[in-house]
Design a protein around this ligand. Structure first.
Ligand SMILES: [Zn+2]
Length: 205
């Protein structure tokens, strides 16, 4: 049984239970949906956009550190290699995790969830856990931006030179934002709809 079987729907913003014909929540004024509209299509679009932006984010230079002479523009990978060369292994690991491992895991996780909604199986509890993990991990995606600002601060403070952000940094920031939006667009209730026996079929349109 789900909300539409008993003529109810839930306001996602304040969690008030509303009648099925309600369009706006009487308590907080937010729009109330049976399921987020076009959740799956929007989620696919944003996930694919993020995946495409991930290519320039890795190929284009993230930043240029110049000392006395003109510095070499650094991509994520060359930056990590440079940090390893300088003996800063923990920072290199942190940058690698935040800018390579986390975004890839998030994108693969979103694709997996979207496929699961399309082809429902038995292990929906695991999918629900995966969704919560993706949302949780999203808060840490800004870690990389934080590290860059930290490096900029260190370099400026030590008067070692200047740091300028490259086009890759903008691409990377867009990856972070679009993946976050994709996770927000995804309606986790669709995962349960896919396996709920005997419930009225609810779609996101
Ligand atoms: Zn509300």
């Amino acid at each position: 049984m789900n909300g539409s079987d008993v003529g109810l729907k839930l306001c996602l913003s304040c969690h008030k239970v509303c009648a099925e014909q309600t369009e706006r929540c009487p308590r907080c004024g937010a729009r109330v949906y049976q399921r987020r509209q076009n959740s799956i299509a929007r989620c696919w679009a944003l996930t694919l956009t993020a995946a495409m932006l991930y290519i320039p984010a890795n190929l284009l230079p993230m930043m240029t550190v110049s000392k006395f002479e003109e510095g070499q523009p650094q991509t994520i990978f060359s930056g990590v290699a440079e940090l390893v060369n300088q003996g800063m292994i923990p920072i290199a690991l942190l940058v690698f995790t935040a800018s390579v491992v986390v975004p890839i895991l998030k994108l693969l996780g979103m694709v997996w969830l979207l496929i699961c909604v399309r082809f429902p199986g038995a292990a929906m509890h695991r999918q629900q856990m995966l969704y919560r993990m993706i949302v949780w991990i999203g808060r840490w995606s800004m870690l990389d931006i934080f590290i860059i600002s930290l490096l900029v601060g260190l370099v400026q403070f030590g008067q070692l030179g200047t740091v300028t952000a490259g086009t890759g940094a903008y691409a990377f920031a867009s990856v972070v934002v679009t993946t976050m939006l994709a996770a927000m667009q995804f309606d986790p209730r669709l995962l349960w709809d896919a396996v709920e026996p005997g419930a009225e079929k609810v779609t996101d349109s």
